[in-house]
Design a protein around this ligand. Structure first.
Ligand SMILES: Cc1cc2nc3c(=O)[nH]c(=O)nc-3n(C[C@H](O)[C@H](O)[C@H](O)COP(=O)(O)OP(=O)(O)OC[C@H]3O[C@@H](n4cnc5c(N)ncnc54)[C@H](O)[C@@H]3O)c2cc1C
Length: 637
């Protein structure tokens, strides 16, 4: 199959407008004849459901949580980017586009990223109109702060709770449509399978997580907005329910998976502090606006931080990257923190932490100003660590945070399965090999509010869709498959818990496909994962039954998918014989230990096609063409 990204012609700045003009429209009276399924109610799914229903489509929306507003998006802290240039620093759509392309180490599509930058401004207007309480300056204008990889302040925020406030906006719009009868909401449902009829996505099979009942739902198109797969590492900053299952199951049905080894490790998280931990906590990147990152110059220096004089501190990011300082992109900051710890300069009990210090900012601006900007983050840090960051520096270490890889989609956000659209963190688009801070919220909302409402119409009006119901044999087959798998999981009755397997898998992937990789380690990981998967299917214990609320069963299904997906990540990492962004293969680095790309051979998206259980997936390449920016070695010095 030849991958066609369907990028419209014309100049970069006109592509989206022209494409919207050329897309066929569904007239308002006809929209109510179409049913659309949206899986996921984070910023991507919530905004899409509300917008599609507002247009007149009949929408059925599903999520795992008890309420749409508990989706993982609620955890987002620092902010959302837009090219408004309110700070008068010379920002523009072009600058946001360029920073994002460069931040992603030139491994994303120019046309998609440019559209994202264009739409960023519409998002802010939309959210303000919904009443999202963005921070404002003293004159009442929306305030901005800096995020990594940019030299202008373009990040809009609501203290350290931006995701929550944006999600409440999308949720209000969604609930308005629920009340109007245009959205039917199905909380506490987990999608187990996609139903394909005549090579078109025509419905889903879900499990009611309260009763255990398997349900089938039919539609004219299916939209997946099921988030990222960072929890393959067991420990991550993502919500406990974040998973790869929906994406992986549609991959097995024919949707290509793109760049699965591109993951983001965030430099500022609370370090791991015990073997019983199941979650890591992010300390927002926004803190690096004012916090200074340092380690003691002397390896093994165990003095308390306030007793280490200025002359014996190494502000390693400021020293190495004077132009961007503490606000270098995440991949760069994370690798540098690891490097310092590997040299024995790490702090804290484990030696796997660096300081993030607010002493100078508090002296300069006063405690009140700092509290106003980051109060809730400081409070959260103190609750978890029992240390007061107003007085002693925070200790931070990199942790898994976001996944740039995802299901392959074309410019219309459609996957390689007709009628299956993928949005938000679940798709691979826009961020290349490294996502810049504050751009995931921007992408999810661009997809949901401003892209899918038009592109899905183009598909619906241009496709022949036969009349079907859930009585179709394809639905029966999917239900049967879902039931058999559940039965199998419950019947193994082995000795190791699901969490135990998950923890071991996470450890393997972190060790060999984490912040740095090498071919030998990756091959070892592949063997270890295969063995673990085999053991899982012979020795896992899943207590309880299927006809009840059973979280062990839910987790077992998700971990079984992670065990297969983990190997796909390794295969992808092995195929990419270069370093770029978050994919850092030790064999490919510059003299200064930065990622060394190979544009001649790897300037492409790697898209994988499932063939058969235990068979290597088939590799497909989407070449990336850069007509508007020059490919350069990324530098933040
Ligand atoms: C701690 C933290 C802070 C962050 N801060 C920022 C920030 O400041 N700025 C920024 O831009 N980005 C930030 N991010 C990233 C950003 O929050 C996410 O990328 C984004 O919210 C993802 O949104 P989404 O709509 O794609 O998916 P999610 O919000 O993850 O939603 C997924 C939805 O899919 C549903 N779902 C999943 N699987 C199934 C299934 N099988 N069946 C049914 N439903 C399913 C879930 O129930 C949920 O409703 C942060 C991330 C973390 C972890």
């Amino acid at each position: 199959m030849q991958l066609d990204a369907k990028i419209p012609g014309g100049s970069l700045s006109e592509k989206w407008d022209r494409h919207r003009f050329e897309l066929k429209l569904v007239n308002p009276a006809n929209k109510r004849k179409f049913d659309i399924i949206v899986v996921g109610t984070g910023l991507a799914g919530g905004s899409a459901s509300a917008s599609l229903a507002e247009l007149g489509y009949n929408v059925k929306t599903f999520c795992i949580q008890d309420s749409p507003r508990r989706a993982h998006s609620i955890a987002a802290q620092g902010g959302i980017n837009a090219a408004k240039n309110y700070t008068n620093e010379g920002d523009s759509i072009w600058r946001l586009f360029y920073d994002t392309i460069k931040g992603g180490d030139f491994r994303s599509r120019e046309a998609n990223v440019y559209r994202l930058a264009q739409l960023s401004n519409n998002i802010i207007d939309q959210c303000v109109a919904q009443g999202v309480p963005f921070a404002r300056d003293y004159g009442g204008l929306l305030a901005n702060r800096s995020f990594g990889g940019a030299q202008v302040q373009r990040t809009f925020y609501s203290r350290g709770q931006t995701g929550q406030q944006l999600l409440l906006g999308a949720y209000s719009a969604l609930m308005r449509q629920v009340a109007a009868g245009k959205v039917k909401m199905f909380p506490r449902r987990e999608m187990l399978d996609l139903v394909i009829i005549d090579e078109q996505a025509r419905g889903v099979v879900v499990r009611n997580l309260i009763t255990g009942e398997i349900e089938a739902h039919a539609a004219d198109a299916v939209v997946l907005a099921t988030g990222g797969y960072g929890n393959v590492y067991y420990l991550s900053t993502m919500a406990m329910a974040s998973n790869v299952s929906a994406s992986y199951r549609v991959f097995k049905k024919g949707a290509f998976f793109a760049n699965p080894c591109f993951i983001q490790i965030h430099p500022t998280c609370i370090p791991v502090h015990g073997t019983y931990q199941s979650k890591l906590t992010l300390m927002s990147e926004s803190l690096r606006n004012d916090g200074r990152v340092w380690v003691p110059k002397k390896p093994g220096d165990k003095h308390p931080p306030r007793q280490i004089p200025e002359s014996e501190r190494d502000y390693f990011l400021e020293n190495k990257y004077p132009s961007f300082g503490n606000l270098v992109p995440r991949d760069v900051a994370s690798r540098n923190a690891k490097e310092q710890c590997d040299m024995g300069k790490g702090v804290g009990e484990t030696g796997f932490a660096v300081y993030l210090d607010f002493e100078d900012a508090i002296k300069r601006d006063g405690k009140d100003v700092i509290a106003q900007k980051y109060g809730n983050l400081f409070q959260m840090y103190e609750k978890i660590t029992a240390d007061n960051p107003y007085e002693t520096p925070m200790m931070i270490y990199p942790a898994v945070h976001y996944t740039m890889g995802g299901l392959w989609v074309d410019y219309n956000l459609m996957s390689t399965i007709d009628g299956l659209f993928v949005m938000g963190e679940a798709n691979f688009s826009d961020h290349g090999a490294n996502r810049l801070g504050a751009s995931a919220l921007m992408q999810g909302l661009a997809d949901g509010y401003f892209i899918i409402p038009y592109t899905i119409g183009g598909y619906l009006v241009g496709s022949e869709l036969q009349d079907i119901t859930t009585d179709h044999p394809s639905f029966k087959e999917s239900i049967h498959e879902a039931n058999s798998r559940i039965k199998k999981l419950l019947s193994i009755n082995g000795k190791r818990t699901v969490d135990d397997f998950h923890k071991e898998l996470g450890h393997i992937i972190w060790e060999y496909c984490g912040m740095t990789r090498n071919d030998e380690g990756l091959k070892k990981a592949q063997r270890l994962i295969r063995n673990l998967r085999e053991e899982f299917w012979g020795n896992v214990i899943v207590p309880g039954s299927k006809e009840e609320f059973n979280q062990s069963l839910e987790r077992a299904g998700r971990v079984a998918d992670f065990l297969e997906f983990g190997e796909l990540m390794i295969i992808d990492a092995l195929e990419r014989k270069e370093s770029c962004g978050g994919h850092f293969n030790e064999a490919y680095q510059t003299e200064e230990n930065e990622a060394k790309r190979d544009d001649e051979n790897f300037c492409h998206v790697s898209a994988w096609e499932f063939v058969e259980e235990d068979k290597k997936p088939v590799f497909h390449k989407e070449s990336l063409v850069f007509e508007n920016v020059e490919l350069t070695q990324r530098s933040y010095k």
